[in-house]
Design a binder for this molecule. Sequence first.
Ligand code: KIV
Length: 293
Amino acid sequence: MSASPATPGSRVTVTTLARKKADGEPIVMVTAYDYPGARAAEAAGVDAVLVGDSGAMTVLGYDSTVPVSVEEMLMLTAAVRRGLTTPLLVADLPFGSYEASDEQAVRTAQRFVKEAGCDAVKVERGGTTADRARAIVAAGIPVMGHVGLTPQSVGALGGYRAQGRTAVAARDVHDAAIALQEAGCFALVLEAFPSEATAAIMPALSLPVIGIGAGSATDGQVLVFHDLLGINDGHQARFVKRYAELGAAITAGIAAYADEVRTGAYPAPEHGYAMAPGEAERLRAMLTDPGGI
Ligand code: KIV
């Protein structure tokens, strides 16, 4: 069954996503990091928007997701909130802002809801993260889990590489997913995981699973805004499909502008403002003979 676009005006909730999974309707999620990105996602009718900590790299220029701060993520999330009405808004809790204790996790999640207006938060990995997820859920905030390739632990994982390529490794990802499900997560992101392994673990997962590089057996897909629109240069993960080449279009647009400024073609008369009739002559007279008028 193909997805029907989210209906403008009727807000997508965690219940909507559960219903879509039950009905076999694919869930569409995209990342966004600012107001125009949110407006575009809203107009395109996606179900959910993730203010991913990938924003650390795509819009803040860090070389991984690890350095991004709570304050930076709050600013990005609040900008997306201002541009979004219908899709569910989920924000990543950044590395170091939720792992230490349940109290830290709840306090940080509350800031994202109170100060940035997001509907849900996302946390990475199983293990103790499942305890943190349970505490945030108990505090009344919906939590999305994230397993498979979890970029916040890129050091421990030995780089940005697919996870679960052996049966034992795939079972570990399965166990992490189950732990997050049992902790009360309303949905899960499954990243960079072999398609056969996804198909094998899906029957055990009753919550909506949104894949990125995890094949087609998931309940939905998510892609990073800058990847799918071709804004990024540099390394591109195998799972990225580019639906536009905006990076090249943006550079061409700025280069054309620069060229026209240098040749004098811009601004043309139609880009300027006019004075009321006779006022230009009066002004010139005033300036040539300040005491004369
Ligand atoms: O930060 C992010 O953009 C993400 C997606 C890749 C799911 O976590």
